[in-house]
Design a protein around this ligand. Structure first.
Ligand code: DCP
Ligand code: MG
Ligand code: MN
Length: 339
């Protein structure tokens, strides 16, 4: 968890948190969202402890830590490692699966397919497999996309986008969201959100996804457009790869647009992290409201399993702080939105 690293070195549970984090990442790669969440929550709980948690008994007293996780925490403290994690590293099939899942745009099922077809290296894929354009780029730039992006470089990409944008349209502004806004010292990708007072969604789409994107390709800053399987996109995101004039490393870049009246909700959503968002949404739903990247809505009618029956009416979309207030959540600085 990048944003948490600043304070991590002083935490008495630093080593345990590190290993739990790696375990969570492993399950994330395996698409096991339930275990991913469990490990990330346990790590977040330990991050808040001021004393070292050594025994399973102590660990089990804490929020979000059950018996099994507690035993794992004890194992880490007493052996400085976790066998379950070591096992995942030794298993060659897991290794290949992880390698293939690291290809941009390749999900778990694609990675498994490649394994079933007998491939075991990236060279195999490049030479023999039938690949989509996306997958070819993902393989050619495998190491680029796997590398963390230092904060200063994330900032420079954001500034490059903003400069080009303001030459096209001085009233438009771009800001870097995601882990960068949470203060992370490095990021997995670069999320740039673009907005302009008074501009409609159609105008934003045209200026950003047509004019700006083609200008940035002309400047050789954008290198490729990358499709995703995301269904929630509906014309508000552009995914691709960018590269600074001073570098050879391609980075994953997302361009997002938000009209002024949705800016607050978009700021919350794209700042994350994803678990923080999830808990805000759950809280909204408990209060009969609904929060998404466009706004906070009230009078939402829900069924037995909290599934929504009506959309409700918009309460607030524009103002990030107001959304916290209406939800009854104390204002939380972006750098604190780490779960
Ligand atoms: N987001 C979310 N739920 C998801 C995916 C994203 O709420 N399933 C939101 C929260 C994220 C933001 O979008 O913070 C940006 O998504 P990223 O995947 O780029 O994640 P981060 O920027 O937080 O981290 P990274 O440094 O890995 O890019
Ligand atoms: Mg990001
Ligand atoms: Mn992103």
């Amino acid at each position: 968890n990048p944003g948490g690293r600043n304070s991590l070195s002083q935490n008495p549970n630093a080593r345990t948190i590190e290993i739990l984090g790696q375990m969570g990442q492993y399950y994330d790669e395996m698409n096991d969202s339930w275990r991913t969440l469990a490990y990330r929550r346990a790590a977040a709980t330990l991050r808040k402890q001021s004393a070292k948690v050594s025994t399973a008994e102590e660990a089990e007293e804490l929020r979000f830590i059950g018996k099994r996780l507690a035993q794992k925490i004890e194992e880490i403290v007493f052996t400085d490692r976790l066998r379950r994690l070591d096992n995942t590293r030794d298993d060659p099939r897991d290794k290949t699966l992880r390698l293939f899942r690291g290809v941009y745009g390749a999900g778990l099922s694609q990675a498994n397919k490649w394994i079933q077809q007998g491939y075991s290296t990236l060279e195999d894929l490049a030479d023999k497999a039938k690949l989509t354009e996306n997958q070819k780029i993902g393989i050619d730039h495998y190491e680029d996309f796997a590398a963390r992006i230092p904060r200063a470089e994330v900032k420079a990409h954001g500034e490059f986008v903003r400069d080009a944008l303001q030459k096209i349209h001085p009233g438009f502004d771009a800001q870097v969201m995601g882990s960068y806004r949470r203060g992370a010292k490095d990021s997995g990708d670069i999320d740039v959100m673009i907005t302009s007072p008074g501009a409609s969604m159609d105008t934003l789409r045209n200026v950003v996804f047509e004019q700006l994107v083609s200008q940035l390709f002309k400047q050789d800053f954008l290198k490729a457009k990358l499709a995703t399987s995301s269904h929630t996109n509906n014309g508000t995101k552009w995914h691709g790869a960018s590269c600074l004039p001073t570098s050879k490393v391609w980075r994953r870049l997302d361009l997002l647009i938000a009209p002024e009246e949705e800016l607050g909700a978009a700021l919350i959503y794209f700042t994350g992290n994803d678990i923080f968002n999830r808990s805000l949404r759950l809280l909204a739903s408990k209060r009969g409201m609904r929060l998404n990247q466009r706004g906070l809505y009230k009078d939402v009618i829900r069924g037995k399993n909290r599934e929504k029956i009506t959309n409700g009416t918009l309460v607030e979309g524009r103002d990030e702080r107001r959304i916290f207030e209406i939800l009854g959540v104390p204002w939380t600085e972006p750098t604190e939105r780490i779960c």
